[in-house]
Design a binder for this molecule. Structure first.
Ligand SMILES: [Fe+2]
Ligand SMILES: [Fe+2]
Length: 175
C-alpha cells in the first residue's frame, strides 16, 4: 500500500476524507477478508490512475471511489447486515452526503457501484462504470489475498485449485 500513501498528488485529492473521524472507522471493518479502508483505497487509487490515463474525471473517481463503501456495521440494522450486498450502496451514499460536499457524478458513482447486482441503480457516467469495474477486480484480488493468508497459516502452503475455488465462492457471495 506504500505506493498509494506515497502518491502525494493523489493524496491531496482525498485528504479531507482521510482525516474525517467517521470515515477512519472503516479501517476496523472487515471487507472481503481484509480492511475496508485498504479495499476502498485500492478501488479509489486504481480508478484514479485509469481515469487519468483516459483523460476522464479523475478527481471524482478518486473521491467517490474512496467513499463507495463508506459504512460501518452500526449504520445497518440487523436485517440489513444480512443483505448488505443489496443495501450498503445507499448507506454509503447517505454517509457521503452527510459528511462531505459531493457532486451529482460522485453520488452516481457511489450509488451505482454494485451494478448489475442493484439493477435499478444504473451508472450514468463513464466514471461510474469505471469505478464499478475496478471495485469488482479489486474484490477478487482482496479475496485472493485473504485466502492466501488463511491457506498459508493453516496448511503452510497455497494449493492453487483450492485457492481458486475459494475466490470463486467468495466472489459470488459478497462483492
Ligand atoms: Fe460495495
Ligand atoms: Fe467495494
Amino acid at each position: 500500500m506504500d505506493y498509494i500513501y506515497n502518491d502525494y498528488e493523489y493524496f491531496n485529492l482525498i485528504d479531507d476524507i482521510m482525516k474525517n473521524e467517521k470515515f477512519k472507522k472503516i479501517e476496523k471493518c472487515m471487507h472481503h477478508g481484509l480492511s475496508r479502508m485498504d479495499h476502498s483505497l485500492r478501488v479509489s487509487y486504481f480508478s484514479y490512475k485509469i481515469a487519468k490515463k483516459l483523460k476522464l474525471d479523475f478527481v471524482s473517481c478518486a473521491r467517490a471511489g474512496l467513499l463507495h463503501d463508506f459504512f460501518i456495521q452500526e449504520d445497518l440494522t440487523e436485517f440489513e447486515q444480512k443483505i448488505s450486498m443489496f443495501v450498503h450502496h445507499t448507506v454509503a451514499l447517505d454517509n457521503s452526503c452527510k459528511y462531505f460536499d459531493i457532486s451529482n457524478k460522485e453520488k452516481n458513482i457511489i450509488v451505482s457501484h454494485m451494478f448489475p447486482v442493484t439493477l435499478f441503480k444504473i451508472p450514468k457516467y463513464f466514471e461510474s462504470y469505471l469505478v464499478s469495474m475496478v471495485d469488482k477486480i479489486v474484490a477478487v484480488y482482496d479475496f485472493g489475498l485473504s485466502a492466501s493468508f488463511i491457506m498459508k497459516k493453516r496448511y503452510n502452503t497455497v494449493n492453487t485449485s483450492i485457492f481458486m475455488f475459494m475466490i470463486f465462492c467468495c466472489y459470488f457471495n459478497n462483492l
